[in-house]
Design a protein around this ligand. Structure first.
Ligand code: ASN
Length: 327
């Protein structure tokens, strides 16, 4: 029997309340989650700085942002564009293109805490893992391989969990998470997406994440033009990290840098070339350098550490799809 038939869809998760609606005990819980967020930010940013990554400030409006297409997980209801100074700019969906250019020029190793706006369909309000605005810890390293980045992320994640368990024991106990949060064991299991689809069908994500109960890698995911694809084998050199219950917490890849390939993929995906003219020009001039990197969703990683039902609980000002609060 196919394992697909044994998979249950997760039940709908209640949308978290806005800050001013919380009771006293809920305010206390919010503050405890806030302490785990502060610890996580401090731990991860200091590890990147220690390893020689430069900390860049984010941008909110650019002519060029992530097309988020084709993306197997995409559910974008609306793309925000405004005119400023006679030019059309878009709110940051991710800083991937900025990262490629920054890593090829002044900042070989970089990271950014980047607010990403993705107006998800309102039907995702109760998945517990989607928000319409989130913070991504986006990083990139020139000349790095996929293996380098996967090793780095495994080190960071194992070290982070160990440090949270050591330094924030009371907080985890308050959240009833101390006993269930286990320090993962590296190396994490790695799956090939095409093999997963062959075995489990479209529901592979639920099956794999449910079965493992630990972080796992999924590689070879066909998606946006900037991830490296071997045109001979059809394999993609990319990697997503999945956490039990919270799904994909990080996506990353070795990147394309060659003009002909980038152009062919943009045309194949029917993406407006004009929006990517700078990256195309730099690639054509040989100024785009090979690199690899990834982006960690902060709400999902803190959500997993704290065991919240809905990741918007980790946000001081929840950004739940379809629900717009005053703050
Ligand atoms: N940050 C991701 C990456 O580095 C891209 C994304 O968020 N769509 O691959």
């Amino acid at each position: 029997m196919s394992k697909q038939t044994t998979v249950l869809k997760s039940p709908p998760v209640e949308a978290p309340k806005s800050l001013e609606q919380l009771s006293e005990s809920e305010i206390e819980r919010k503050a405890v989650i806030g302490r785990v967020t502060t610890h996580t930010l401090k731990y991860l940013t200091s590890k990147f700085v220690d390893r020689g990554f430069q900390w860049l400030l984010p941008v909110a409006l650019s002519q060029c942002t992530d097309p988020l297409w084709p993306d197997p997980g995409a559910s974008i209801e609306k793309r925000i564009e405004v005119d400023i100074y006679g030019k059309t700019v878009r709110t940051t969906a991710s800083m991937i293109i900025h990262k490629l250019i920054a890593s090829s020029t002044a900042y070989p190793k970089l990271f950014i805490l980047s607010p990403n706006i993705r107006i998800e369909k309102a039907e995702r309000a109760h998945t517990g893992k989607h928000v319409y605005e989130f913070t991504q810890l986006d990083f990139e390293a020139r000349e790095a391989t996929s293996k380098d980045i996967m090793n780095l992320v495994e080190d960071l994640l194992c070290g982070l969990v160990a440090s949270v368990k050591r330094d924030l024991k009371d907080e985890l106990i308050h959240l009833s998470r101390y006993d269930t949060l286990k320090v993962p064991k590296a190396p994490f299991k790695t799956y090939d997406k095409q093999e997963l689809e062959a075995e489990y069908g479209a529901d592979w994500e639920t099956s794999v994440v449910m079965e493992n109960g630990a972080p796992v890698w999924v590689t070879n995911i066909p998606r946006e033009f900037y991830d490296f694809e071997d045109f001979k084998t059809g394999k993609w050199d990319n990697y997503d990290l999945f956490l039990p219950q919270y799904g994909e917490v990080m996506s990353g890849a070795k990147r394309e840098w060659e003009y002909e390939k980038i152009l062919a993929k943009i045309e194949r995906d029917k993406i407006n070339k004009d929006n990517y003219s700078l990256v195309l020009k730099l690639a054509e001039q040989g100024k785009l350098k090979p690199c690899a990197g990834a982006g960690i969703g902060m709400e999902r990683i803190v959500g997993w550490l704290t065991g919240v039902k809905h990741i918007a609980e980790t946000q001081p000002f929840p950004r739940i799809p379809g629900i717009v609060h005053e703050l």
